[in-house]
Design a binder for this molecule. Sequence first.
Ligand SMILES: [Zn+2]
Ligand SMILES: [Zn+2]
Length: 269
Amino acid sequence: MFYADYHTHSDFSSDSDTPMEENIKRAMSIGLKEIAVTDHIDFDYPDPEFPFLFDYKPYSDEIERLRKIYGEKITIAKGVEIGIQPHVIGSINKFVENNQFDFIIASTHVVQDGYDLCVNDFFEGKTKDEAYCQYFEEVLHNVENYDFFNVYGHIDFINRYGNYTDKTIDYSRFRYLTDKILSALIEKQKGIEINTSGYRYGAGGPHPGFALIKRYRELGGKIITVGSDTHKPEHLAYKFDEAYRMLKEAGFDKIAVFRDRKPVYIKLF
Ligand SMILES: [Zn+2]
Ligand SMILES: [Zn+2]
């Protein structure tokens, strides 16, 4: 049985039509003990069709309403997935300071000069190595310069995008960067998530891949959440059997859940 899905989107995110309640009901029906609602906040997102912003009050009210109905059967963590870009860190800090969250995922969705990774412009004229290298450099910069988060989201999901025939990451080529990223996270007592959406998007595994999950552990990392990054109820806990297997293989026996942005460890194995 799976314990918690810690990365879920509802219709408070511009790219999902799913009412939060549908995700909660589905989570209970598959036996989850906990779910984190983590809708998008991406200040200055370059695509005006997807503003990726929500008002805190109705968001929080909806979570409170659902807690009253379902709270005895499932714990609902009030989370958010925040898109980090260096020039919006001031706005993010204000947003996070003024609003209560149990759990915060920091993600890099947009890279320097406003390139949305979902749009292929970023990759034009770059070799795969150049593009991946720039992405990891920016993640490192964000990790070093931003503090108010609990886990970094889908840390290697650059392999989901671009027009390269082979999008796989040769981790040995970027280890000088990914080791710095993981070490910086560990030093700041931050975690990583295992984001299983990679299976749905054809990456052939979760984000990050096993090599980075294992490396995070080797370097002393302890904080791991598991999330499907679902935008539809049917994808809740998708491929969690694989994620749990990888956790075990990498030497983890616990996952983290969060209360008021503090980790609580749940023993899995
Ligand atoms: Zn994301
Ligand atoms: Zn997400």
